[in-house]
Design a protein around this ligand. Structure first.
Ligand SMILES: NC(=O)c1ccc[n+]([C@@H]2O[C@H](COP(=O)([O-])OP(=O)(O)OC[C@H]3O[C@@H](n4cnc5c(N)ncnc54)[C@H](O)[C@@H]3O)[C@@H](O)[C@H]2O)c1
Length: 333
């Protein structure tokens, strides 16, 4: 049985807490938040307001990091120094350079660091990856990732770190659409170069961008378009479209469609989590459960820091391209 703790008892922690409860091989024993007014809410767990105190006092196997972005790397390093495995929310770090600080920690401290890019565990993603890898409809010619969501000032006013460069590291890209950039690259392969623009079109009170567009070059004449905004009037379904030689394959609204010869087929749908009241679906649970199994069975089947750093590199390069006005090459050396 894994002894588990969560640090950062805000919005997303609820999803982690429910997922941990469903894992038969793990037990949540402690939680940590600097806001001590939360102690009563979590009275069934040992409550700490300081991570190091929790690490010194409890015998922990895993800490889930659900903190504001700027605290992810320092919290992960501290857990590593106490030889405790880490499951961190996205983004793995504020920048690719910062993520590199975590690259050697697994070996150095004999631990695992898993990253919550849960959409890789969606049924639709798994099926789409299979279609691409097996070339079911021929080669990939191009792709599109579209996220048109709404976040109003209330979202930033209640948690001011989300609108500040220093604390969030960016806006719609690093916060809302890092998943989509991750999936585009996970499905098709490493991006070789990128040209992009970022803008504040709507929410001028926040420092971070609310809109971004980029052109991605995957090599071998495969290209992609990425568009992300949190300035839309509604939260539309995320769409990922892959153009293959013999069909168009699309994830939209948690379903996978194949458009072939004037016909459209829905070939799979994302799993809904039985017994969960959350609309997030099963993927947080699947991502967490895989990480626990990797620890127990000593396997490598979880999302590693090196993989989770790749979409952060794309974001860094979109920002760089926005200021240079040039296409930026990407390498992960
Ligand atoms: N995977 C997903 O789909 C998904 C969805 C939403 C949020 N997230 C991520 O989850 C993370 C948290 O986001 P959120 O919206 O829940 O944030 P939040 O602001 O709601 O919660 C953060 C919590 O951390 C606590 N905290 C801050 N500094 C602390 C410190 N030094 N020590 C202990 N506690 C501290 C705060 O008091 C707060 O309770 C972010 O990285 C975010 O990007 C991921």
């Amino acid at each position: 049985m894994l002894n588990v703790a969560i640090i950062g008892m805000g919005t997303i922690s609820v999803i982690h807490l429910e997922a941990i409860k469903l894992c038969k091989n793990a037990k949540l024993i402690a939680v940590c938040d600097s806001d001590i007014s939360l102690k009563e809410t979590y009275s069934e767990y040992n409550f700490y307001d300081d991570l190091e105190m929790m690490l010194k006092t409890e015998k922990l196997d895993v800490v889930h990091i659900c903190l504001p972005h700027y605290l992810h790397v320092s919290a992960a390093k501290l857990c590593a120094q106490y030889h405790v495995n880490v499951f961190t929310e996205k983004p793995v770090a504020l920048t690719y350079n910062q993520a590199q600080e975590l690259f050697e920690l697994e070996k150095q401290y004999d631990i695992k660091i898993g990253v919550c890019l849960q959409n890789r565990y969606n049924n639709t993603t798994i099926e789409m990856k299979k279609i691409i890898d097996e070339k079911t409809y021929g080669n990939v010619l191009g792709c599109k990732g579209m996220v048109t969501w709404n976040r109003d000032m209330g979202y930033y006013d209640t948690k001011p770190w989300r609108g500040k460069m220093e604390f969030a590291g960016g806006g719609c890209m690093i916060n809302q659409t890092v998943h989509t950039l991750d999936l585009m690259q996970y499905l098709i392969g490493d991006v070789k170069s990128i040209k992009g623009k970022i803008a504040s079109l709507h929410l001028e009170e926040i420092e971070v961008e609310d809109t971004s567009v980029a052109h991605l070059d995957f090599g071998n004449k495969v290209t992609g378009i990425f568009f992300a905004t949190i300035s839309y009037c509604s939260n539309s379904a995320v769409e990922i479209e892959i153009i293959m030689e013999k069909a168009r394959v699309v994830i939209n609204n948690s379903k996978l469609y194949v458009y072939e010869n004037e016909e459209v087929k829905c070939i799979c749908e994302d799993q809904k989590l039985e017994g969960s009241k959350h609309y997030y679906g099963a993927s947080h649970f699947n991502c967490i459960a895989s990480f626990y199994e990797a620890i127990i069975n000593e396997n490598d089947e979880y999302i590693k820091v090196q993989q989770a750093a790749k979409p952060i590199k794309l974001i860094d390069k979109i920002v760089e391209s926005n200021s240079t006005g040039k296409r930026e090459n990407i390498n992960y050396e």
